[in-house]
Design a protein around this ligand. Sequence first.
Ligand SMILES: *Cc1c(COP(=O)(O)O)cnc(C)c1O
Length: 282
Amino acid sequence: MKISYYNGQFKNDDEITVDYNDRAFYFGDGVYEVVRVYNNEFFTLDEHMDRLVRSASEIGIEGLDRARMVEIVTELNEKNNIDDGSVYIQVSRGIGKRNHAYLANKKPVVLAYMNEISRPTAQMEEGISVITADDYRWLKCHVKSLNLLANVMEKERAIRAGAHETILNREGIVTEGSSTNVFIVKDGVLRTHPANNMILNGITRLEVLKVARDRKIPYEEKAFTVGDLMNAEEVFITSTTQEVTPVTEVDGEVVGDGSKGRITHAIQEGFDEEIHKLNLVK
Ligand SMILES: *Cc1c(COP(=O)(O)O)cnc(C)c1O
């Protein structure tokens, strides 16, 4: 039996009922995080919790109790005892009768639960295909908002095209995927969109940049075009659950020689080391 958390209580999964006046339900009015658990330990929990507090603050949800949220996910991890998985945590603005205007004195509502998942080893070796599409999201993409309408519609577009992810662009400038960040290699240099309001600054993205620094792989946080993406030597996407996944096909065109590139491989190795460092601590 899985134990989850909603609005102040830990309960068996099948006993949790969500309040229909939760603003997450009406408006997607809240923020969230997904944190990876390897070998029953959180990976980069601090970074995720910092970002959760930052996202909340960006949309005017102030005074989140960060320490309490760490307690909640830690307790969930103990109760569920998952080796390989993730914790999902969301914070909504609160519960109250439907009204666009914020309701006075409403407390944020936390929902958290765990999933068992395994590393996407096959796709990390073989790579995936992606399509490109317009990025018509709002201009606060640095907030990890619950409001994911454009993201889910664009993910679905990829699935319908027989691809795995949609890489978005604003007037030809590649921003990110529907739930992933995007890197290319051009002339041996790793490149990704700068962390501004146009993208969600992934914790995995930051880990990749750290690995690049450690391994002396040159990189730039500099925007690039769909043309650069199509002509790149290597392409990969990153996220907490997809880790570092090579892209071998963009809009039906093969990337490089169609297999995982040398720099992508080096980044994967470095990322793997970070995960294993954590497991050695145990
Ligand atoms: C969560 C997310 C990512 C990846 O972030 P990670 O912290 O690496 O999981 C990238 N883009 C979007 C739009 C996201 O929501």
